[in-house]
Ligand binder design. Structure first.
Ligand SMILES: [Zn+2]
Length: 251
């Protein structure tokens, strides 16, 4: 992913999401009747009752001036605790896409994320590009990552999956089979560079659209600018009528 393609990607994403919305409207009655049939046939317990499908979602659960904050590549002892404190202070729930190696290094931070009422997302064991992987290899990795997360936080729900580098390959179907909704994004702000807190704030204000899932990072490097930007953005966006939501799930 490069910043030069950001505008192009944004346009493409917007078009795609418009199409997706149209499709969803058309498909809703079908999905509802299908859901009822599935419900009658499903005999699994409550942990398995939630289903996902293989579409990569990039929008919030509800309409209006809603956005969803998602943070990748943690947990990270330098920045995740401070981010959690900012989110707690500002009463915002977010999604954390966890890197398995980091989960094993800092299980206590996974528990802190769960204790904060946030939502978990599987971001693979080693942050590999899975674009060319077989379904079997993907499944083994995703299951291993979920096991690491649940060793850290027993019983934790992991309703989302995000492919490293947005290199989806066969991952969406495998994730759906494991009851995780593939989670994309509509706005990335290049906080991996990182370009300064003012610039990060500006990029969100400029790029935000109703229903956008926003991709940021709390791990994979020094993310102090991201944490500072989030601390400034939450009151700023609320003052402009935005509210914070979870990403959609289609199951
Ligand atoms: Zn990542």
């Amino acid at each position: 992913m490069t910043t030069t393609s950001t505008t192009e990607t944004a346009v493409r994403e917007r078009t795609r999401s418009r199409d997706a919305r149209r499709l969803r409207r058309l498909a809703t009655p079908l999905l509802l009747s299908g859901g009822m049939c599935l419900g009658a046939l499903t005999v699994t317990g409550p942990a398995q009752a939630r289903q996902a499908d293989a579409q990569v979602v990039d929008s919030t659960r509800h309409g209006g001036r809603a956005v969803a904050l998602t943070f990748d590549d943690g947990p990270n002892p330098a920045d995740t605790p401070r981010l959690l404190e900012v989110l707690r202070k500002r009463h915002v729930k977010a999604v954390f896409c966890l890197w398995g190696d980091h989960v094993e290094e800092h299980p206590e931070l996974v528990r802190a994320i769960v204790a904060g009422g946030h939502t978990l997302c599987n971001h693979t064991m080693h942050h590999d590009d899975m674009g060319t992987w077989s379904a079997e290899d993907i499944r083994a990795d995703l299951e291993r990552t979920n096991a690491a997360i649940r060793r850290a936080a027993p019983g934790a729900r992991i309703p989302y999956f995000r492919a490293p580098y947005g290199s989806w390959g066969k991952t969406p179907q495998v994730a759906a089979d494991l009851a995780m909704q593939p989670l994309g994004w509509r706005l990335a702000i290049g906080d991996w560079e990182p370009p300064g807190t003012d610039e990060l704030v500006r990029r969100v204000e400029e790029g935000i659209t109703p229903g956008a899932v926003i991709l940021m990072h709390d791990g994979g490097g020094d993310r102090s600018q991201t944490v500072d930007a989030v601390d400034r953005l939450i009151p700023l966006l609320r003052a402009q009528g935005w509210h914070f939501d979870k990403p959609a799930r289609r199951g």
